[in-house]
Design a protein around this ligand. Structure first.
Ligand SMILES: [Zn+2]
Length: 473
């Protein structure tokens, strides 16, 4: 017998289906983690193995996080890295990260994922690239299974140490043969390409300034051979642009083109510093972008041209980025910041596109499309993220997709007075914690708490590791 789940009586259920339906008194029915019915609650079956009464709540498709470094939760708010931009910020962290062992990785992965699911996230891509002291992809995958998150793990890498012209110290990088051997091992062992997959693997060299040209090329070859996706940081800062111009005589996107690192199987974290040609290149090659507004503000990196990407048809999702540059793993907060930062860009910079020469006021009708709306930001967080990760089975609540969703209680202080449009209130009002989060038809957050996991001893253990790592620096 299939395991059934019924959600009913939602004040409003946001589908993100082709018609972008928002269903009053909405609900859904799922069997074995796959949605079989969506609609008015009165038209759904009466009962199921698991029943969720969502009265007074809004239901949204689970958010998709397209860029994170879960282990960085151990180095949140590091005093030496509070007030600097990317390169010195990285240099303050590299050696601490390289001391992270398997136990610390496990606890930080659990903590980061718990914070994500409590903010409505159901699918997480993690970009880990420091594997020392027994830290491994396997440990993170186990932790993700323990929480119950849909998890895209990276076999990331750094191979270009300072002595070869890279940014990280030599002690923090790995041998390239070892990296490729372990990449093959984890793809063969864990990658699941099927509909509804809970685990996938991504090959993710860290950045143009921390891996060699050879490793970039070999990673791309291997990923295409195995049918897995590719990811790296790109165009995050002017420092990176200077690095590729000086070292390779090319801007970062040109350098990626040379390395055959453009295509529908590739997405980049940040992509802040791009020109109009590069935006067209991303659109033409179907390369994707993980937008991380909090991190971009925290490190003074710049403002990514997200509305221009959307207008050009570039695939864009949201990422909370690592907890050392955010320092939260709250995806709902990130969606709100994406909406607000796109608006700040309108106030600071000339308009994109053909109206560039005319400094029209922001509320001029010709500029109406430049406003990032709450619904657009919600779409980036759901469907957008699903597209970036190459998935058509998540990101919306419709028949055939995975039963991944979360609910927010609308009867809170934070929403009071904002309910004439409850969907937009999700981002216009302060981010609220999920009341219920369901992944693959399983309840992961129940009544605002992680179901089946006592978080208090984990928080204690996490703080011990964090202190130990910082003290050894
Ligand atoms: Zn990152």
């Amino acid at each position: 017998m299939p395991q059934s789940l019924l959600l009913k009586n939602a004040n409003v259920l946001v589908t993100m289906d082709d018609g972008r339906r928002e269903i009053a008194n909405g609900g859904l029915f799922a069997e074995d983690g796959v949605i079989t019915e969506v609609g008015d609650s009165s038209a759904l079956p009466d009962t199921a193995d698991t029943v969720i009464d969502a009265s007074g709540q809004i239901v949204l498709p689970g958010f998709v996080n397209t860029h994170h470094h879960l282990n960085q939760t151990l180095t949140r708010n590091l005093p030496a890295a509070q007030n600097n931009n990317l390169f010195p910020w990285l240099q303050a962290h590299y050696e601490i990260w390289a001391r992270t062992n398997g136990e610390a990785s496990r606890v930080s992965t659990l903590i980061g994922l718990a914070e994500l699911v409590l903010s409505g996230c159901t699918t997480v891509f993690d970009h880990s690239y420091v594997f020392k002291n027994g830290n491994s992809v396997d440990i993170q995958i186990e932790a993700a299974k323990d929480i119950g998150v849909r998890f895209h793990a990276s076999r990331g890498s750094m191979s270009l140490g300072e002595s070869r012209g890279g940014l990280p110290p030599d002690s923090c990088v790995e041998d390239e043969d070892d990296i490729l051997r372990d990449s093959i091992r984890v793809v063969d062992r864990y990658h699941d390409a099927d509909h509804g997959a809970m685990t996938r693997i991504v090959l993710a060299p860290c950045s143009p300034f921390s891996v060699s040209e050879t490793l970039m090329r070999e990673s791309a070859k291997l990923a295409r051979d195995k049918g897995v996706m590719l990811h790296t940081h790109l165009c995050e800062t002017f420092d990176e642009e200077r690095f590729t111009l000086e070292k390779f005589g090319k801007r970062p996107v040109e350098w990626m083109e040379e390395l055959e690192w453009l295509g529908p199987d590739v997405w980049y974290a940040h992509a802040v510093h791009v020109d109009e040609d590069e935006i067209r290149t991303f659109a033409r090659t179907r390369s994707g972008v993980a937008h991380c507004p909090c991190s971009n503000m925290r490190l003074a990196s710049g403002i990514a041209p997200i509305k221009a990407y959307m207008a050009a048809g570039v695939r864009v999702g949201l990422g909370v980025d690592g907890s050392a540059s955010n320092d939260a793993s709250n995806i709902l907060l990130e969606a709100r910041q994406a909406m607000l930062l796109a608006r700040l860009k309108m106030g600071l910079l000339p308009p994109d596109g053909p109206h560039k020469r005319f400094l029209l006021p922001q509320s001029h009708p010709l500029r109406a499309g430049e406003w990032m709306t709450a619904r657009e930001a919600l779409e980036l967080a759901t469907l957008g993220g699903a597209r970036v990760l190459g998935r058509s089975d998540i990101g919306a609540l419709e028949v055939g997709r995975c039963a991944d969703f979360f609910t927010l209680d609308l009867n809170t202080i934070g929403f009071a007075g904002g309910l004439n449009d409850p969907v937009a209130a999700v981002l216009f009002c302060a981010p609220q914690a999920a009341k219920t989060t369901v992944i693959n038809g399983q309840i992961i957050v129940e009544d605002g708490e992680i179901a089946g996991m006592d978080m208090a001893p984990l928080i204690e253990e996490h703080n011990r590791w964090s202190q130990r790592l910082a003290e050894a620096s």
